[in-house]
Design a protein around this ligand. Structure first.
Ligand code: FPP
Length: 236
């Protein structure tokens, strides 16, 4: 089956290499994250320009809580600052922002900023930006299994009603199509607990570019790589 959809509907990115980028330039890790926000901005523009409909960014994994408190706090501060600063441009560009991940471990302040950006961008029609914050795929799947088991126990559904579709609909990504293309920057070739269920048929791409150097040009090049792939979905 020839892939005729040359532009992926959904691109998901593991933004990796901020720390190494900074270190290589003799800078603090935090400076890598700051430049990383510029890459986020650039990739949103490139995604929108190319007609990508969903862009998911792995911004903070459940495992990231294990970093030194100073770096975790700096990242939270950066998210809040970026969210406030970027919201008007996102609204102007027709970008709708939705969050996936746990919501119960952020401070009230961070939660209120996340809710604010979702609320203020809710009418965006051109691109859905999915931010994975305190996200882990195994945690997501476990939560979905618990939700379905609870419904069975309450007699709301039968075991036979559990299907691939009902599992998908119980994930944080319920109304979001599966990613067509997953990019991880910095040369690491792992999914690291990111969209494990949703990635079943995704094409993968692992450029060696560090995230702070991944700008519009690199995003466009990645789309060329995607366009050259042939997707068979298990068929001949
Ligand atoms: C991975 O690089 C990057 C992160 C853990 C944070 C990514 C966050 C941003 C780029 C800011 C995003 C902001 C918004 C508003 C979405 P690393 O620190 O693991 O790099 P290393 O592997 O080289 O140490």
């Amino acid at each position: 089956m020839e892939n005729i959809e040359r532009i992926p509907t959904h691109v998901a990115i593991i933004m990796d290499g901020n720390g190494r980028w900074a270190k290589a330039l003799g800078k603090e890790r935090y400076e890598g994250h700051i430049e990383g926000v510029d890459s986020v901005r650039e990739c949103i523009k490139a995604a929108r320009r190319n007609g990508v409909k969903y862009l998911t960014l792995y911004a903070f994994s459940t495992e990231n809580w294990g970093r030194p408190a100073e770096e975790v706090n700096a990242l939270m501060e950066l998210f809040c600052k970026s969210v406030i600063a970027e919201t008007p441009q996102l609204v102007e560009q027709g970008v709708r922002v939705v969050m996936i991940g746990r919501r119960d471990r952020f401070s009230e302040r961070v939660c209120s900023h996340l809710e604010q950006i979702e609320r203020e961008t809710a009418d965006g029609k051109h691109l859905t930006l999915v931010l994975a914050f305190d996200y882990s795929s195994r945690d997501e799947i476990t939560t979905a299994v618990k939700a379905l088991a609870t419904k069975v126990a309450a007699g709301e559904i039968a075991v036979e009603d559990i299907s691939e579709q009902s599992v998908s609909q119980s994930l944080y990504t319920a109304d979001i199509p599966d990613p067509d293309f997953i990019i991880r920057t910095s040369g690491e070739c792992r999914l690291s607990n990111f969209l494990l269920w949703q990635a079943s048929y995704a094409e993968m791409y692992f450029p060696t570019t560090m995230w702070p150097d991944f700008k519009q040009e690199q995003f466009d090049q990645a789309l060329e790589v995607y366009a050259s792939r042939e997707r068979r979905y298990g068929k001949l």
